[in-house]
Design a protein around this ligand. Structure first.
Ligand SMILES: Nc1ncnc2c1ncn2[C@@H]1O[C@H](COP(=O)(O)OP(=O)(O)OP(=O)(O)O)[C@@H](O)[C@H]1O
Length: 920
C-alpha cells in the first residue's frame, strides 16, 4: 500500500486541478450553452499575469494571487460572456473556431511578450510535509486538493441555496421564464462566466509550478479537464469533480504500473483523460448530449460567383500556379506544401462548410495517410500513384471508425470526440512502430522516379495535378445527389431525415470521403520531404485549420486556396522570422474572434461588383425580388397535378394510428395516454392551447423523440421503433412549427430535395448515385408541388430570403413533392394572411381529395380548422380532453374551458358560439 499511496496522492493532486478546471467549464457550458475550447487559454492568461507580477516585478504573493486569479477571472469572465452571446446564434464550426481563436491569441501574445522558450516557474507554495498513512504528503500536494474541494463545495452550496445559484439553474431550463421573473439571464450568465474563469485561472496557477511555463503545454494540460466534464455529462458539477479525481488517480496508477510495460503504453497516462472523454461521449445516451444553445443557428448566406466566372478564375489561378516556378525561387517547396494544404482544407471544408459537422482530427487523418503511403510505397514497393490511392483507401476505415461516434453525436460533442481522437492518435501512436516510430528521423517518403518527378520542380507539378483533380472531384460532387444531401445535412438535418434520407449514412459517407482526401494531403505533404516524422502532424494543428477554414471567404475551392497560401506561403514573405509567425497567428486568432462577434459575416463584396460578375457569368437576375412575390405565391395552379407515386389511397383507409402515447421530459408528462387516428382521405385536426403537447405528439409520431410509452402505427404497421427516415420512406411526411428549410438553396432545390431525400433513402449506393429516370421524376414532382402551392414563380429565389408566409408554402411544397400517404402539418398557416390562409386550405383539401392523403393538422387558426377538418382532437396539458366533428368541438364547453380557462368559462354565459379565433 505504501508503494501505491504516493501515486494515488499525486493523482489526487493533479485530478483536483482537473476537477477545478472542469467545474468551471461545466458551469459556463451549463448556463450559456457555449463550450469553451479556449478554457485552457484563460488559465494561461492568469498564469502569465502571476508570473509577471511575482517573478518579474517581485510583488507580494497575496497580491499576485488576487490579481491573477480574481482580477483576471473577472475581466476574462466579462469578455467571455460578451463573446458567448454572439456565439449563441452562429453555426457550431464557428463557435468552436472562435474559442480556439482565443488559444491562438493567448499563445501568440505570450510568445511575443515573454519569448518562445519555456520559462522557469518558481514554487511559491509553503514547503513542508504531513504524514498520511505512513506517506509524506507535501503542502504543494495538499493545497490543490483542499482548494478544489472547498471551491466545488462552495459552488454546490451556492447552486443549492443562493438566489443567484437557483437562477443559474433556471437560465438553463428557461431563460425567457427567468427574464419574466425580473432576473436578467445575461446578468446570470455573466456571473457564471466570471466564476468559471476564476476557477480555471486558479487551476492554472496551481498547476504551473509542476511544469515549466509554456503557453501551449499549459493550455493542453487544462484541456485534460474536458474528460472530467464529460464524466459529469457536461452538466453535473459534483460528478465532474469526482471525474477529475478519478482521472487523476487512474492516470497516476497507469504511470506506475502500465506505461513502462510496452512502447504502446508510453503515452497512455497522458492520453487517458482524452480516452475517457471519447468513451464518455460514446456511451452517454444521445438524449443527454443536447445542444444547449438557446437559439439554433441559421446558416450564413454567401454569394457565389456564376459557374462561368468561377471557371475563368480557376483557369487564371491554374496559369499563375503553373508558371509560378519561374518566380517562386527558393520558396518552391513552400508552394508545394501549400498545394498539399489546399487538399487538406478541401477535405475539411467538405465536412465543415458543406455538411456543418466539425472534425478536429483532420491532421490525424493526414498523418495516417502519410504513414500508409510510406508503408505501401517503401515496404510493398508499389508505384507512387497506386500508393497515394491506397493511402486514401487505408485511411477511410479510420474515418469510418471516427464516424461511428459522429453518427450519434452532433454539434459540439462531435467536435469534442474528434478532438479527443486526434490527441489520442498523436500521444499514443505517432511514436510507436505502428506509425512514425520512435526515431526522430521519421519515415521515408520517396517520390516517383520517372519523368523527373523526383526533382522539386517535377514534384511540384505532380502535386498541382493532384490538387486540380481533387478540386474537380469536389466541384463535380456538389452537383451530384450526395452533394445536395450534404448541403441539406448542413442546413437542416431534421428536414432531410423526415423527408426520407438516412443522415447516418450521409454522415458516414462524408466522413469517409473527407478522411480519404485528408490522407491524400498527408501523403502529398510527406513526399515533399525525403523523410517525415510525427512532429509535422501535431493534432493541435487541426484546430488552426478550422480557424483558417472559417476565416476564408468564398466557396470551394477558393477558401482552400486562400487558406493554404495564407497559412504556408504568406509567412515566408514576411520579414521578422519567428516574430512574424507569431504576429500572423495573433491576427488569425483575433480575426476569428472578431468574425464571431460579427456573427460570422464576412465583409460583403459591393453589389455593383457582384451584379457585374453575375451579368458577366450570364446569371439572369431573378424577377422574384421585383414583382409582388406574395401575390405570386398565393396563386396555386389549378391544373397542377398533386404529384405522387403511390397511387391514390382509398378515403377512410388506415393512415396514422397513435395508441396510448406518453412522452415524459424529466418529471414533466408532456403527452399523457393520447390515442388518435388520422385516416386516409381526411383532414384531421389536432388542437389545443400552447404547451398542450401537439408538437411533442408530432415529434413522437415522426420518430424525432422516443416516447415513454405507446405505439405509432402507419398504414397498419407498427413503426414505433423505426427511425425518422424509415418512417418517411414508409409514407409519413411532415412540416415544422419552426420551419426547417434549406435556406441557402433555391425554392426549387428545396422542393426537389424533399423528394430526392426519399429516393436517396438509407442505402449507400442510392445516396451516392441516382437511377436513370430519377431526374425526370424529380423534375415532375418538383414542378407539380411548386405549382400546387403557388411558389413556382419563386423557383430561383433563395429560401432564406423569403417572407415567413412564402417559406411556409415552400415547406408545404417540399412535403407535397414527396410521395407521402400521411402528412403531419404543424401550424402551416402561421405567417399567412387571411386570403393566403383560405387559398392554403383549398390546396390541402385538393391534396386530400385527389391523392387520398391523410392529413393531421396542428393549427391555432380556428376558422381554418373548422373549415377544412372533418374530425378534431383536442389536447390540454398533454391529455386528450375532447374529440368530435367541428360542430361538436365548437359546442363543447370542455374545449372552451381548455382555451379560455375554467374560471372564465363559468362566468361566460351563454356559452360562446365557437372557439373561433382562439389564438395563443
Ligand atoms: N425537449 C423538451 N424538453 C422539456 N420539455 C419540453 C420539451 N419539448 C416540449 N416540452 C414541454 O412539453 C410541453 C408540450 O410542449 P409542445 O411544444 O408539444 O406543446 P404545443 O401544444 O405544441 O404548444 P405550442 O402550441 O405552443 O406549439 C410544454 O410544457 C413544453 O414546455
Amino acid at each position: 500500500m505504501t508503494d501505491v499511496l504516493p501515486f494515488i496522492i499525486a493523482g489526487l493532486t493533479v485530478g483536483s486541478v482537473y476537477a477545478l478546471a472542469g467545474s468551471g467549464l461545466v458551469l459556463t457550458f451549463k448556463t450559456s450553452g457555449i463550450f469553451n475550447f479556449g478554457h485552457g487559454a484563460l488559465a494561461t492568461v492568469g498564469v502569465y499575469v502571476f508570473y509577471f507580477m511575482y517573478v518579474e516585478e517581485q510583488l507580494p504573493l497575496a497580491l499576485c494571487l488576487s490579481v491573477s486569479v480574481l482580477g483576471v477571472g473577472v475581466v476574462l469572465g466579462l469578455l467571455m460572456e460578451r463573446l458567448a452571446r454572439s456565439l449563441a446564434t452562429v453555426p457550431v464550426g464557428l463557435q468552436v473556431a472562435a474559442t480556439v481563436g482565443l488559444v491562438l491569441v493567448v499563445q501568440a501574445g505570450a510568445r511575443l511578450t515573454f519569448g518562445s522558450a519555456p520559462l522557469f516557474f518558481p514554487r511559491y507554495l509553503p514547503v513542508g510535509t504531513v504524514e498520511v498513512a505512513g506517506v509524506l504528503v507535501t503542502y504543494e500536494q495538499l493545497v490543490p486538493m483542499a482548494v478544489a474541494l472547498l471551491a466545488t463545495l462552495a459552488l454546490a452550496v451556492f447552486f443549492r441555496w443562493s438566489r443567484l445559484g437557483v437562477a443559474m439553474r433556471g437560465v438553463v431550463d428557461d431563460p425567457t421564464l427567468l427574464a419574466m421573473t425580473g432576473t436578467s439571464p445575461i446578468a446570470v450568465r455573466r456571473v457564471a462566466w466570471i466564476v468559471g474563469s476564476i476557477f480555471v485561472c486558479l487551476s492554472g496557477v496551481l498547476l504551473a509550478p509542476t511544469v515549466n511555463l509554456d503557453s501551449m503545454v499549459l493550455t493542453l494540460l487544462v484541456m485534460q479537464s474536458f474528460g472530467a466534464a464529460a464524466i459529469g455529462r457536461f452538466s453535473n458539477i459534483p460528478l465532474t469533480y469526482a471525474g477529475g479525481l478519478g482521472i487523476g488517480v487512474v492516470a497516476a496508477l497507469i504511470t506506475r504500473y502500465v506505461s513502462g510495460t510496452s512502447d504502446y503504453f508510453a503515452g497512455l497516462s497522458q492520453s487517458f483523460p482524452f480516452i475517457v472523454l471519447l468513451l464518455a461521449l460514446m456511451v452517454t445516451p444521445r438524449s443527454k448530449l443536447v445542444d444547449r444553445r438557446m437559439t439554433l443557428a441559421r446558416p450564413l448566406q454567401v454569394w457565389r460567383a456564376p459557374g462561368r466566372v468561377q471557371a475563368v478564375g480557376a483557369a487564371a489561378v491554374l496559369v499563375v500556379l503553373a508558371t509560378g516556378p519561374l518566380w517562386f525561387g527558393a520558396r518552391l517547396s513552400s508552394f508545394t506544401v501549400a498545394l498539399s494544404y489546399v487538399v487538406l482544407f478541401l477535405s475539411l471544408g467538405m465536412l465543415v462548410k458543406s455538411s456543418n459537422q466539425v472534425s478536429l482530427a483532420h491532421v490525424g487523418f493526414a498523418a495516417t495517410g502519410c504513414v500508409a503511403f510510406s508503408v505501401v510505397r517503401v515496404e510493398w514497393g508499389l508505384p507512387w500513384i497506386v500508393s497515394l490511392v491506397l493511402a486514401a483507401l487505408i485511411t477511410i476505415p479510420i474515418g469510418a471508425l471516427i464516424a461511428l461516434p459522429a453518427i450519434r453525436l452532433s454539434g459540439i460533442h462531435l467536435a469534442l470526440a474528434t478532438f479527443a481522437f486526434g490527441l489520442i492518435l498523436e500521444v499514443m501512436f505517432y511514436n510507436s512502430e505502428l506509425m512514425f516510430g520512435p526515431s526522430t528521423a521519421g519515415l521515408p517518403m520517396p517520390r516517383p522516379e520517372a519523368f523527373g518527378l523526383d526533382t522539386d520542380l517535377g514534384y511540384y507539378y505532380l502535386v498541382l495535378a493532384v490538387v486540380a483533380a481533387c478540386t474537380l472531384f469536389l466541384v463535380l460532387l456538389q452537383r451530384t445527389r450526395l452533394g445536395r444531401l450534404l448541403r441539406g445535412l448542413g442546413e437542416s438535418p431534421v428536414a432531410l431525415e423526415t423527408s426520407g434520407a438516412s443522415v447516418r449514412i450521409t454522415k458516414l459517407i462524408v466522413f469517409c470521403l473527407s478522411s480519404g482526401m485528408a490522407a491524400v494531403a498527408g501523403a502529398l505533404y510527406g513526399s515533399t520531404f525525403t523523410n517525415v516524422g510525427g512532429l509535422s502532424f501535431q493534432s493541435f494543428s487541426s484546430l488552426i485549420l478550422l480557424v483558417l477554414l472559417l476565416l476564408m471567404p468564398g466557396s470551394a475551392p477558393w477558401y482552400a486556396v486562400i487558406g493554404a497560401f495564407a497559412l504556408v506561403v504568406l509567412p515566408t514573405y514576411l520579414p521578422g522570422g519567428e516574430t512574424a509567425h507569431h504576429v500572423l497567428t495573433l491576427v488569425f486568432g483575433l480575426s476569428i474572434v472578431a468574425s464571431a462577434l460579427q456573427q460570422g459575416r464576412h465583409p460583403r463584396l459591393p453589389s455593383w461588383l457582384t451584379g457585374f460578375l453575375d451579368r458577366l457569368g450570364g446569371r439572369s437576375v431573378q424577377p422574384w425580388s421585383e414583382f409582388d412575390a406574395i401575390e405570386a405565391a398565393t396563386s396555386p395552379d389549378e391544373n397542377a397535378s398533386p404529384a405522387r407515386s403511390r397511387g391514390v389511397a382509398e378515403p377512410g383507409g388506415i393512415g396514422l394510428e397513435v395508441r396510448g402515447l406518453k412522452v415524459r421530459f424529466g418529471g414533466h408528462l408532456a403527452v399523457d395516454d393520447v390515442s388518435l387516428e388520422a385516416p386516409t382521405g381526411r383532414i384531421t385536426g389536432l388542437i389545443g392551447p400552447n404547451g398542450a403537447g401537439k408538437t411533442t405528439t408530432f415529434n413522437a409520431c415522426s420518430g424525432l423523440l422516443r416516447p415513454t410509452a405507446g405505439q405509432i402505427r402507419l398504414k397498419g404497421a407498427d413503426v414505433s421503433s423505426r427511425p425518422p427516415a424509415a418512417r418517411a420512406r414508409l409514407g409519413l411526411g411532415r412540416t415544422f412549427q419552426r420551419m426547417q428549410l434549406f435556406d441557402s438553396m433555391t425554392v426549387a432545390e428545396n422542393v426537389s430535395l424533399g423528394r430526392e431525400a426519399e429516393l436517396a433513402g438509407g442505402n449507400f449506393l442510392s445516396q451516392l448515385f441516382s437511377k436513370p429516370g430519377d431526374r425526370a421524376l424529380l423534375e415532375e414532382a418538383t414542378r407539380d408541388a411548386m405549382r400546387l402551392c403557388g411558389v413556382n414563380q419563386l423557383a430561383h429565389a433563395k429560401a432564406g430570403d423569403l417572407s415567413t408566409g412564402q417559406r411556409r408554402l415552400v415547406e408545404l411544397a417540399r412535403a407535397l413533392a414527396g410521395s407521402f400517404d400521411v402528412l403531419l402539418l404543424d401550424e402551416p398557416s402561421s405567417g399567412l394572411d387571411r386570403v393566403e390562409t383560405e387559398t392554403f386550405g383549398r390546396v390541402l383539401q385538393r391534396v386530400v381529395r385527389e391523392r387520398g392523403t391523410a392529413i393531421l393538422l396542428v393549427e391555432h387558426d380556428m376558422s381554418l380548422v373548422m373549415d377544412i377538418c372533418e374530425y378534431i382532437y383536442v389536447l390540454d396539458f398533454g391529455e386528450l380532453v375532447f374529440e368530435g366533428t367541428p360542430a361538436e368541438v365548437s359546442a363543447s364547453a370542455v374545449v372552451r374551458a381548455a382555451y379560455l380557462g375554467a374560471d372564465e368559462i363559468e362566468s361566460t354565459s351563454p356559452p360562446a358560439p365557437a372557439v373561433e379565433g382562439a389564438r395563443s
